[in-house]
Ligand binder design. Structure first.
Ligand code: URA
Length: 476
């Protein structure tokens, strides 16, 4: 049996090196007893072993998950990570096996740690402990994290507060930033910190953003769990504000300002222009799109690029926006991403010629760098403005299925552009109730640096296109 005890500071690096060494030496999980500094001492009788780092290659997605999950407070985390690593080294596809129970536990740990990091960034409250007139001011905060998040989150505070000295003290590990240098120390007792002038600012801010008419106690407590309240000055006012909310909401409703009718008319006319669909003759739609000036993107692009394909098609394929080559040619998906799409569509049995191919945003958005035009992702207002054309094209083509490639297409068609890696391969509801099959964007496949991740993503993309092809065959 090999025993390894990991230090409280630098735990992630120590685990990584130990795991690499064990893996390279072919030591199976059941022969290792992992422990951290907090483990019962009698568990570690005898010599602890420091395995030599070895050269092994593991999927990048595992490394990224382990780098976060290793900070979880569960003492079993090291053993769980190694046991899964042992399996994944021969079967990298396990990283995307949603049914794998071990992976699900580790993903859960990763999520908990990220959530804890987010809370730490939001809820640490510094109090001044030095002379406010000193050239470098000095602050301290007391915080009680659920997981070991001080070390992996400290860089955030270094970036934010680089011009002052600060220390975040916790019962676990403390971060000390002095004269531009970050160090870690083992935990502290709760210090007696002075009240801070800045606290009043927090309290005023919190009282001002608190909207009694939109009070949702459960949602608020899930965002700002009660256990953090005791170290947050503004939280002392929460019970009082909750108690007063109904009366304040009533008073707000009674005192609500009314818009003068003239302005109200104008606002409503504008809103209806944004939300209704284009209703000109369908044969004029491409020309209307080419003439679009609805958002500032038209100022720099060469031209707007309307969709192309049969006027009525069972399948509509939607990308993000024209790229450099599409902007010059005036046609969608003719550049590298289009070639990637054509190749994989061919392999998946999907006929591009039978589909109507278009983009969620019709103008190329870029920044100029020398002679190169560098693609910029469209923002929500641009996607919203261009939905007008998207809806008009959907109304014209009346597809039975829409293939949304990437986050922008998904946002335009379903209202939500996040979490594409999790949503891909699933069907959601789009405009006019038409099913939308979410998939990756072909440019993503061109950009992924890790060949294994790229291969995995390409296989997923191919399988999504094959699903679309099967659905088309069934619908015919
Ligand atoms: N990327 C897209 O999303 N659409 C194109 O037309 C070209 C590249």
């Amino acid at each position: 049996m090999q025993r390894v005890s990991l230090p409280p500071i630098g735990t992630a690096k120590a685990w990584r090196e130990a795991a690499r060494g064990f893996l390279a030496a072919g030591v199976p999980p059941e022969q290792i007893l992992w422990g951290d500094h907090a483990a019962a001492p009698d568990l570690f009788v005898g010599e602890t072993v420091s395995p030599k780092a070895g050269q092994v290659s593991v999927p990048r997605s595992f490394v990224s998950m382990a780098e976060t999950a290793v900070w979880h407070s569960d003492p079993e985390r090291f053993a769980r990570l190694y046991a899964f690593l042992w399996r994944v080294k021969d079967a990298p596809h396990l990283m995307s096996d949603r049914g794998d129970a071990d992976l699900a536990v580790l993903r859960g740990m990763e999520k908990n740690v990220r959530r804890c990091q987010h809370k730490m960034k939001a809820f640490v409250r510094f109090r001044e402990i030095g002379d406010p007139n000193a050239p470098r001011r000095s602050f301290a905060a007391w915080f009680e994290p659920t997981h070991h998040t001080v070390e992996p989150t400290a860089d955030f505070f270094v970036r934010r507060f680089s011009d002052m000295d600060w220390r975040i003290l916790t019962p676990d590990v403390s971060a000390i930033f002095e004269n531009g240098k970050l160090t870690f120390q083992e935990g502290h007792e709760k210090p007696d910190l002075p009240e801070d002038a800045g606290e009043q600012l927090w309290i005023t801010y919190f009282q001002n953003i608190f909207n009694p008419a939109r009070l949702m106690v459960k949602a608020m407590q899930s965002e700002m769990p009660k256990k953090y309240w005791k170290n947050m000055p503004e939280a002392a006012f929460i019970p009082q504000m909750i108690a007063e909310a109904p009366a304040r909401a009533r008073a707000m409703a009674e005192a609500a300002p009314t818009l003068p009718p003239v302005r109200m008319d104008r606002v409503q006319a504008q809103l209806s222009a944004f939300s209704s669909a284009w209703n000109g003759p369908m044969e004029e739609l491409p020309a209307a799109i080419r003439a679009c000036t609805r958002c500032p993107l038209h100022c720099h692009a060469t031209q707007a690029v309307p969709g192309e394909g049969p006027n009525r098609a069972d399948l509509m394929v939607v990308g993000e926006q024209p790229g450099d080559q599409e902007d010059l040619a005036g046609r969608p998906f003719v550049g590298p991403a289009g070639q990637m799409f054509d190749r994989i569509a061919g392999e998946a049995g999907l006929d591009r010629e039978a589909a109507f191919v278009t983009n969620a945003v019709k103008h190329f958005k870029f920044t100029a760098r020398g002679k190169r035009r560098i693609h910029q992702r469209p923002e929500t207002p641009e996607i919203d403005q261009c939905r007008w054309w998207m809806n008009a094209e959907v109304a014209q083509v009346q597809p039975k299925l829409i293939l949304a490639m990437g986050a922008t297409a998904a946002q335009s068609l379903t209202g939500k552009g996040t979490g594409i890696l999790k949503r891909r391969g699933t069907i959601e509801t789009g405009p006019e109730g038409i099913p939308v099959l979410i998939t990756l964007h072909p440019s993503y496949l061109l950009r992924v640096p890790d060949p294994r991740v790229r291969e995995e993503a390409t296989a997923q993309f191919r399988s999504d296109l094959a699903m679309a092809a099967r659905m088309m065959a069934e619908a015919a």
